[in-house]
Design a protein around this ligand. Structure first.
Ligand code: FMN
Length: 219
């Protein structure tokens, strides 16, 4: 295993900046974009639930259709790639979806039954995830944000820019994309989107709280 130079990594974190203006003529090579998607796929998720799908929205008509509901941002047109990240709506411990998680983990027989009890307690008593459809969707959405961050950081590491898009009208965007047949709205919902491309101008330096304001060592 090769480990990476800390300076290079920190430099990539400084370089990554939410990009609101792309060079519309520059396209990310397929190999680089597949690498970015792979970082999403490899991301960790609670209990290995992987409650996501990554829709690469290249269709110009659909981009135009959702644009008014994404604060009308021009990057809906100029980004090289847009990923709509879907989150699973009903990943309850007692659904076939959870059965698939346990299959992937190779859990059978008694071990499977034990794991099921742990997931049940976690979702019902500890974290109250299974309370309703919204809490289940929000739990899945949390996981998708990990994939989102990994894709954006990994993109910055190869000089690709990005911007997360949470500012959109959920009902309208979900309706447009579901009616286009991209997903079953009973099973999936849009969690967050992210644009990728190449910045066409300098971006102002980061504003961040000081280290000591956000980090506390408890000894
Ligand atoms: C989950 C999430 C959602 C965001 N949604 C939007 C958005 O809809 N539109 C936008 O222009 N920026 C969006 N941003 C970008 C933030 O405004 C930005 O990350 C923050 O101001 C810090 O700047 P930086 O990303 O350049 O370091 C979002 C960021 C995150 C993490």
């Amino acid at each position: 295993m090769t480990f990476f130079n800390k300076d290079d990594i920190i430099n990539a974190f400084h370089y990554r900046a939410s990009t609101r203006s792309y060079d519309g003529n520059k396209k990310i090579p397929a190999e680089d974009f597949n690498y970015i998607l792979e970082l999403g796929r490899l991301s960790p998720s609670s209990v290995g639930s992987e409650p996501w799908q990554f829709l690469v929205l290249q269709n110009p008509d659909l981009r135009q259709k959702i644009k008014p509901y994404c604060w009308g941002i021009p990057t809906m047109e100029t980004s090289s790639h847009i990923v709509v990240i879907l989150a699973k709506k009903n990943a309850r411990y007692d659904t076939p979806y959870f059965g698939e998680i346990m299959d992937r983990r190779g859990l059978q027989g008694e071990a499977r039954e034990k794991a099921m009890q742990v997931y049940k307690k976690f979702q019902t008593e500890d974290a109250h995830i299974a309370d309703n459809e919204r809490t289940l969707f929000d739990w899945a959405s949390k996981q998708t944000y990990i994939a989102l961050a990994n894709m954006m950081t990994g993109a910055a590491m190869i000089g690709v820019d990005s911007c997360p898009i949470e500012g959109f009208a959920y009902q309208e965007v979900n309706q447009i994309l579901a009616e286009a047949g991209l997903f079953d709205p009973a099973e999936w919902g849009v969690s967050v989107m992210v644009t990728f491309g190449y910045r066409d101008k300098e971006i102002r330096q980061k504003a961040r709280k000081d280290f000591d304001e956000v980090v506390k060592f408890i000894e």
